[in-house]
Design a protein around this ligand. Structure first.
Ligand SMILES: Cc1cc2nc3c(=O)[nH]c(=O)nc-3n(C[C@H](O)[C@H](O)[C@H](O)COP(=O)(O)OP(=O)(O)OC[C@H]3O[C@@H](n4cnc5c(N)ncnc54)[C@H](O)[C@@H]3O)c2cc1C
Length: 287
């Protein structure tokens, strides 16, 4: 097993006994650079869209007549699709916005967030389905390449100017391009392009998401409302790769390289990434 002696960042070289790689889940170029140097595996992740409803409709569905006296409502819905694949809502943002989270030229991805007051007119959530090698193939980095491919499709469907591709839910279900929005206006900036989001995914993935949304509409009134807005694509739910590591959190390939956080594929979200960092610190200082 090799040892890393130094690394360079912005033309400066750093020497150390141990190195920590905590690159987050979107550092495609760094992961590609590591190919062949440390063990990297494809990892199951989840893909889909953001779904937006009127906040008032979600609040009424959750709280009934008391909704005006209560904070903006959240939800957490799931569905088991054919082939044992999950469909679920994720990172629900009550009274929040759909956020353009693109980080590579010519690619587009979305996320969501609420400001502290959670008082925007819409509420949104990711609606995603899990994907594995059946969906993206079993070659080296095929999960990462699949993530790139769907973000590229989203960029092109949006018109190639970082406007996000959007569609009314009823049109997505029926497989027709949206020509107008209804009661709900997409919140994404800098703007949106109405399109047919069926073009992003395979028919199997679209079917899973559609079946999931229709089933969730039976659990939460209005979740499958015809004017709900879908915005593409949610592709960064977690890392598409695992930087394999041993019990001490060291990479397989470079002995003194700790691989941690969301980019390692061993954490997902702020708290678990932070805990992973604390554990790495403990491992380094005990040696
Ligand atoms: C809009 C949005 C909303 C979110 N909301 C939530 C939420 O509500 N709750 C939640 O739990 N999580 C949320 N997340 C996810 C959360 O941000 C991540 O889970 C968390 O930041 C992962 O922490 P990390 O330290 O592993 O990676 P990051 O926070 O991504 O940090 C990685 C850092 O490494 C840097 N880097 C990458 N490659 C290199 C390189 N080659 N050289 C030098 N530096 C490099 C990056 O620039 C970055 O600063 C959200 C994410 C987004 C985008």
């Amino acid at each position: 097993m090799e040892n890393l002696l130094k690394f360079s960042l912005e033309k400066k070289e750093f020497e150390a006994d141990d190195f920590v790689l905590a690159i987050g889940n979107s550092s495609w170029d760094t992961i590609e650079n590591l190919k062949g140097k440390i063990k990297i595996s494809n990892k199951n992740f989840a893909v889909g869209f953001r779904i937006e409803h009127l906040r008032e409709d979600i609040d009424k569905a959750q709280y009934k007549e008391n909704y005006k006296n209560l904070p903006s409502a959240s939800y957490n819905l799931s569905y088991k699709a054919e082939g044992n694949k999950g469909v679920y809502t994720f990172c629900m943002c009550p009274g929040g916005y759909v956020i353009n989270s693109s980080s590579y030229e010519g690619c587009l991805s979305v996320n969501g967030m609420s400001y502290h007051k959670r008082d925007f007119v819409n509420s949104n959530s990711a609606i995603v389905t899990s994907v594995n090698e059946e969906d993206y193939g079993d070659c080296e980095l095929s999960a990462l390449n699949y993530q790139k491919e769907i973000e590229r499709k989203a960029f092109l469907l949006g018109g190639g100017n970082y406007f996000a591709p959007c569609q009314r839910l009823e049109d997505y279900i029926n497989g027709v391009k949206s020509s107008s929005i209804g009661k709900i206006k997409p919140s994404i900036l800098p703007g949106y392009t109405l399109t047919d989001l069926n073009l992003v995914f395979s028919s199997q993935i679209n079917k899973r998401i559609k079946d999931g949304i229709l089933s969730m509409g039976k659990k939460l009134k209005g979740f499958d409302y015809k004017d709900a807005i879908l915005t593409g694509v949610e592709s960064r739910t977690s890392s598409p790769v695992r930087l394999d590591r041993n019990e001490e959190m060291k990479s397989i390939g470079i002995e003194n390289l700790y691989v941690i956080g969301d980019g390692s594929g061993y954490s997902g979200g702020i708290v678990s990434a932070a805990i992973d960092g604390i554990r790495a610190f403990e491992n380094i200082t005990k040696n």
